[in-house]
Each structure stands twice: as C-alpha cells, then as structure tokens.
Design a protein around this ligand. Structure first.
Ligand code: SME
Length: 166
C-alpha cells in the first residue's frame, strides 16, 4: 500500500494537499479504528510536505497531552493557554506562526523548529478535544493555503480523537 502512495514534491502546495485529501479518503473510508486513521493521516501529511513534526495533542483536564505524531520526540504535556498549542486551545482558533522566535511563549520542543501552525480539534458537541500541531524547519512555511487545506483534515482528526478512550 505505502508503495502506491506518491505525492510529487514538484507539485504546488494546493495540488499536494488535494492528493493528500484523496489518499486520506482512500486509506480511512473503510477503516473503523480511529487510531489507525489518525496515524495514517499524520504520516501522509508529514511525508507529503517533509514537515519537521506533525502530530496531535489531546485535552486531558487542564492540559494537552502528547498524542500520535510523526517526527522527533516532543514535549509531553502543555498547560491550557501555554505555548502556541495551549493558546490555540484557549482562543479556540487556529494560530499560524511564521517565526517561532518572534512568538512570545512559544514552547521549543525542537531547536530545529522555525515556523508552526496549530489548529484546534473539535468533537460533535463543539468542544475542543485536542489540537493538530505542525512544525517546519523553515521560516514562514504556513499560509492561508495550509489553513484552508488543513481545516477539513482537522475535522476528521477531531472525529477520530473523540472516539479514542485515552
Ligand atoms: N511549539 C509548541 C509545542 C509543541 S511542539 O512544537 C511539538 C507550542 O508552543 O505549543
């Protein structure tokens, strides 16, 4: 299966996201396991764009706890309102960070991270249950195209995360 997946690095960002959406659909439509679907979705995104880190944090009480991810070892717990992730949770909106060093309170899990996007994950009762966090080793990686393309993926992830019993 993995050998059948090819997303051209030459294609535009929008085209690559379209391919990613197509592969996510193909890989998850008949699969019931939320964890399998989260894992494959994060792997697709991570490898299609060669991000530094692509993962989920999941709400547990007043903290975000590290969930499934691709990339280097990361911070395990982030408090409500702290860092980019905790702030996206508190403000209940996506946050794009073109330069992490210029973002007050940014939590550096990896010194290689230069820019970041965080999108809240919602359950069916409109409650935030986690965040999608993506880090890039380049400045200014994320823009409106990423946001528009990642929001429907965050909806899927929110649905799957809400089915996890962790
Ligand atoms: N930079 C994030 C912490 C998580 S890591 O990037 C994986 C933040 O400021 O919340």
């Amino acid at each position: 299966m993995a050998e059948d997946i090819y997303i051209s690095p030459e294609a535009s960002k929008g085209d690559r996201y379209q391919e990613v959406h197509r592969y996510i659909h193909a890989l998850t439509e008949d699969e019931k396991s939320p964890l399998a679907n989260i894992g494959n979705t994060l792997a697709l995104l991570h490898h299609a764009f060669k991000f530094l880190w692509t993962g989920c944090y999941i709400v547990k009480g007043t903290e975000l706890v590290l969930g499934p991810f691709q990339g280097p070892v990361a911070c395990t717990r982030i408090s409500y309102g702290r860092g980019v992730c905790g702030l996206a949770w508190e403000k209940a909106r996506p946050i794009l960070v073109p330069d992490v060093e210029a973002f007050p309170g940014h939590i550096a899990c990896s010194s290689a991270s230069r820019s970041e996007i965080v999108i809240p994950l919602w359950n069916a009762k409109s409650k935030i249950i986690g965040v999608l966090d993506i880090d890039s080793e380049f400045l200014g990686t994320f823009d409106e195209t990423d946001l528009r393309s990642l929001e429907p993926i965050a909806l899927l992830l929110g649905n799957w995360v809400s089915q996890l019993s962790c």
